[in-house]
Design a protein around this ligand. Structure first.
Ligand SMILES: NC(=O)c1ccc[n+]([C@@H]2O[C@H](COP(=O)([O-])OP(=O)(O)OC[C@H]3O[C@@H](n4cnc5c(N)ncnc54)[C@H](OP(=O)(O)O)[C@@H]3O)[C@@H](O)[C@H]2O)c1
Length: 342
C-alpha cells in the first residue's frame, strides 16, 4: 500500500453550472481500518446529479465544506479487512469519495457478486440508479398493460431502465431527452415507442403528438418546464413519480413552481420518490433485473472516464447532458477487465 494517495477536494462551491475548476486534485494519507472497518482500493466512482444538489445545500444531507474530499459512492476491492464477514479481494459498493483508497464501515457496504455481471453495472443499471427506476415503477407508478408511461432523461442511467421496465410491463413508454441523438438512442437502444426532444422549439406540440391520448404515468427526472408540459397531458387518475429536478440543480434560487391546476382536473397523484427508502429491496430488484440483463433483454450504456483526475470534468459534463449513459470514473484497473468474472 502506498503511504499517500490522490484525492479530489472541493475548491469552491459551484456558482451555476459546475466546472472542473470547482475541484482540486490533492494528496492525502491512508487511514488504516479499525475493528469493523474495511480498507478499499477504489475501482469505479459513480458520478451522480445529487452531488450538485449537495454542493448547493439542497440535499437530504448537509453541504460538504470547501476543502473536503468530494463525496460519492463507488465500487472497490477489499485490501484490508477488520471484519470477519469480508476477505481481501471481496468487491463492495459503498461511500468512497473521490479518492484512490478509502476506509469504510463494513456495516455500510453492499457486497457485489462479480459473476453476476460486469462490476461497473453495480453502480448503474444494477445499482442505485437501476433501483431508483425499478422501485419508482413497481411501488409508485405501477403501470398497467396498455398505459402510456412518459419518462424524462430517457437515455440516462435512471431513465433508460425505467422505459425498458415499463415496456416489459406491457405499457407504452415514451421518452423525453435532450437532442436528436439521445432521442434516437432512447428508441433504438432502450425500446421507447417514441422520444421527444425537450430542446426543440415545438417540444410541447411534439409531446402531444407522441402521446395523443395523454399519459397515465409520468416518471419525472427533471422538473421545470418539462414537468409542467407533462402535467398538461395527464389522463384521469394519472400517477406522477417526482424523482429528480436536474433542470434546477444549477440555479441559485428555486424557480417559480409549476401550475398544478391540471393535477386537480386529472385527479392525479404526485408522489415524491427517494431511492434510499427502497435499499432493503436490492435483493428483490436484482433477482428480477439481473437475469433479464444476462439474457440480453435489458440494455444499458456506460460512459467510463479514466483516472481520478477526470472526475471534475466528468461531473461538469453530467450537469450539461454531455454524458453518454451512466457516468463512471475508473480510478484503478477493473480486476475482471470490464467483464463478469467466471
Ligand atoms: N429520487 C431519487 O432517489 C433519485 C435517485 C437517482 C437519481 N435521481 C434523479 O434522476 C435524474 C437522472 O439521474 P441519472 O443518474 O440517471 O443521470 P443521467 O440521466 O444519466 O444524466 C443526467 C442527465 O440529465 C439531463 N439534464 C442535465 N441538465 C438538464 C436540464 N437542465 N434539463 C433537463 N435535463 C437535463 C441530461 O440528459 P439530456 O441530455 O437528455 O438533457 C443528462 O444526461 C436526476 O434528476 C437525479 O437527481 C433521483
Amino acid at each position: 500500500m502506498p503511504p499517500r494517495q490522490q484525492v479530489v477536494r472541493i475548491a469552491r462551491h459551484p456558482d451555476g453550472a459546475p466546472c472542473a475548476g470547482d475541484f482540486v486534485l490533492d494528496e492525502d494519507g491512508l487511514t488504516r481500518p479499525a475493528d469493523g472497518e474495511l480498507l478499499l482500493r477504489v475501482v469505479y466512482l459513480s458520478i451522480d446529479p445529487y452531488l450538485r444538489a449537495m454542493l448547493g445545500a439542497r440535499y437530504l444531507t448537509g453541504r460538504p465544506p470547501v476543502g473536503a474530499v468530494v463525496p460519492g459512492s463507488g465500487l472497490g476491492t477489499v485490501v484490508e479487512s477488520r471484519d470477519p464477514r469480508f476477505a481481501v479481494g471481496d468487491v463492495v459498493v459503498g461511500e468512497c469519495g473521490w479518492r484512490e483508497y478509502t476506509t469504510v464501515a463494513a456495516a455500510g457496504v453492499r457486497r457485489i457478486d462479480p459473476e453476476q455481471a460486469p462490476l461497473s453495472t453495480a453502480l448503474g443499471v444494477l445499482g442505485m440508479p437501476g433501483l431508483t427506476a425499478w422501485s419508482g415503477l413497481r411501488f409508485i407508478a405501477r403501470p398497467k398493460p396498455g398505459e402510456t408511461v412518459l419518462v424524462s432523461t430517457a437515455a440516462g442511467a435512471v431513465g433508460s431502465l425505467a422505459g425498458q421496465l415499463a415496456r416489459r410491463d406491457g405499457a407504452r413508454p415514451v421518452g423525453i431527452a435532450g437532442g436528436p441523438d439521445k432521442c434516437r438512442l432512447a428508441v433504438d437502444e432502450f425500446g421507447y415507442a417514441a422520444c421527444v426532444d425537450y430542446k426543440a422549439a415545438d417540444f410541447e406540440a411534439q409531446l402531444r403528438a407522441a402521446c395523443p391520448d395523454g399519459i397515465d404515468v409520468y416518471f419525472d427526472n427533471v422538473g421545470g418546464k418539462v414537468l409542467e408540459a407533462a402535467l398538461g397531458i395527464l389522463r384521469p387518475h394519472a400517477r406522477v413519480v417526482l424523482c429528480g429536478l436536474i433542470e434546477q440543480y444549477n440555479a441559485a434560487q428555486r424557480p417559480p413552481g409549476p401550475n398544478l391546476g391540471p393535477v386537480i382536473g386529472a385527479r392525479a397523484t404526485l408522489t415524491g420518490h427517494v431511492v434510499y427508502d427502497h435499499f432493503a429491496r436490492f435483493p428483490e430488484f436484482l433477482a428480477e433485473v439481473a437475469p433479464a440483463l444476462r439474457r440480453g433483454e435489458i440494455r444499458w450504456r456506460e460512459d467510463v472516464r479514466r483516472g481520478l483526475a477526470a472526475a471534475p470534468q466528468a461531473f461538469a459534463d453530467l450537469m450539461q447532458g454531455a454524458n453518454d449513459g451512466k457516468l463512471l470514473v475508473r480510478v484503478d484497473g477493473d480486476p475482471f477487465g470490464g467483464r463478469a468474472a467466471g
